[in-house]
Design a protein around this ligand. Structure first.
Ligand code: BGC
Length: 478
């Protein structure tokens, strides 16, 4: 008999997914401001071409190091002050950084006439915004996993991925709408500020809604607030289930904090590899550079709009497939299916580039690849990261895994440029080499899941942690 998910669990999930929306919004908003950053802050410095490109590249990606820091401290914040208040900290940082990056001159000098002197505060605010993204990227899925009933946990956590891709799509249209309010010169002097500042709206909404959201039963028990935990549980699931859940949470937290390796190194390694492979399969290289690829393929004038609509539609539809299937088929089948699809698509893309064919077939390979990621490694990695770690080490272990994800994200974005710019490689592979590597990573990722990742569908979080008890010599890979 299908079980229903309480409306409260769904409502709380929707609030937490605003963290995912801001994650997507904020990582993509900068694309609309690249021209303005160059024109206002970098061009007046009269640097050499290499120095100019490098400074521009670092400025545009200055949020990423912040994401690493945010993810790394999110475990500590979520442990100390709670998941809900931790997300509130992220929301506040989103607000401050949005205002600061829109008006970096604030407190330093007259708006619009500081020139390159405003670059340092700008980079600082983008870094701060990265810290907010890092915190939200960990606490939103963690919160959802901890309030979701086991039969719907995969689905509810996958809503967060839907929010991430919706955020990426939404900001494109917001940037587009702002840019059409004036001419190019207006965008360079003023429009970009509205783009970066627009994020204040979802960030404030996130903060205000969080005021009405209870913390998770697991965190409340960890802090000895048992009555509140029972209360939240009975509002989330049936009275019977609440009793069982409460007992299991208590048992899992008899020792409230254990050493990181109390359950062996296996669970930590699996978490880290899930994160690393999610990035090594190349998703962000493909997303960041898709516009260039579309242009090279001759998509013409409307290439930016075309690629955004196509990529966005494929992303949303394929994520819906994951939402519908993750709790029925399970996590492993989706990851294996997606891994195979991505590997085939990337190897085909690499081979097509190497053969000098960058037309329709290459475009299809990219879209198939994005669909493969969106129905599997996009959402499911977040589901697993939020559920595989035992309660007593969860905050620290998940923070480490998510921080590794941001580090590998940074590495892939940087190394793509290096590989793609290498003349000896391009002489042979015609810009296809990086995709062959990502295809190879897709194969490794698939084998890794098949051999090392346990299935977690339909299990209570406290049952999942039993899979890792050191007494078990090897991980169950049912
Ligand atoms: C990944 C991001 C990626 C996003 C977009 C997320 O699950 O963690 O790195 O940019 O999906 O698809």
């Amino acid at each position: 008999m299908p079980q229903s998910t309480s409306t409260l669990a769904t409502r709380l999930t929707l609030v937490a997914t605003l963290g995912g929306l801001l994650f997507g919004y904020d990582t993509a908003v900068i694309s609309g401001a690249v021209g303005a950053i160059d024109a206002n802050f970098i061009a007046p410095l009269n640097l050499s071409e290499i120095a100019r490109n490098s400074l521009s590249g670092w400025t545009v990606s200055s949020a990423l190091p912040g994401c690493v820091v945010g993810a790394a401290i999110a475990g500590w914040i979520g442990h100390r002050i709670g998941r809900t208040r931790g997300m509130m900290v992220a929301a506040l940082l989103f607000v401050i950084s949005a205002i600061g990056s829109a008006i970096p001159e604030l407190g330093f000098g007259p708006i619009g006439s500081m020139g390159p002197a405003a670059l340092k505060p700008f980079i600082f605010y983008r870094f701060l915004c990265g810290v907010a993204i890092g915190i939200a990227s960990m606490l939103s899925p963690l919160y959802i996993a901890e309030i979701a009933p086991s039969h719907a946990r995969g689905q509810l956590v996958s809503y967060n991925q839907m929010a991430i891709v919706s955020g990426i799509l939404l900001v494109y249209f917001v940037n587009f709408a702002i840019a059409s309010q004036g001419n190019e010169a207006w965008v360079l002097t003023t429009g970009w500020r509205f783009m970066l500042g627009s994020e204040v709206v979802p960030a404030l909404l996130f903060f205000v809604l969080l005021l009405f959201v209870p913390d998770t039963p697991r965190w409340l028990v960890m802090k000895g607030r048992d009555d509140e935990a029972r209360n939240v549980l009975t509002r989330l699931v049936s009275a019977e289930e609440a009793k069982v859940s409460f007992r299991q949470i208590e048992e899992s937290l008899v020792v409230r904090e254990e050493p990181l390796f109390a359950f062996g190194a296996g669970v930590i390694i699996v978490g880290i590899l899930l994160s690393a492979f999610q990035q090594f399969v190349g998703i962000n290289a493909v997303l960041y550079y898709a516009p260039v690829m579309f242009k090279n393929m001759g998509a013409g004038e409307n290439s930016a709009l075309l690629q955004t609509v196509l990529v966005g539609a494929v992303n949303v539809i394929a994520t819906l497939i994951a939402i519908r299937t993750v709790d029925h088929w399970g996590r492993k089948p989706l990851l294996i299916l997606g891994g195979i699809i991505m590997a085939v698509a990337m190897i085909s893309l690499g081979a097509l580039f190497a053969a000098g064919s960058t037309g329709l077939l290459a475009l299809i390979a990219i879209l198939v690849y994005i669909a493969g990621f969106a129905l599997s490694w996009g959402p499911v990695v977040w589901v697993l990261l939020a559920e595989i770690f035992p309660n007593s080490i969860k905050d620290r272990a998940m923070a480490i895994a998510v921080a590794v994800q941001w580090i590998t994200n940074l590495f892939v974005s940087w190394s793509f440029k290096v590989v793609d710019g290498s003349s000896p490689l391009n002489a042979v592979f015609h810009h296809g080499f990086a995709y062959l590597i990502y295809g190879g990573m897709g194969i490794l990722a698939t084998v890794f899941v098949w051999r090392m990742v346990p299935e977690t569908k339909n299990r209570r979080l406290e049952e999942i942690q039993e899979l890792w008890r050191p007494s078990r010599s090897s991980v169950s890979v049912s």
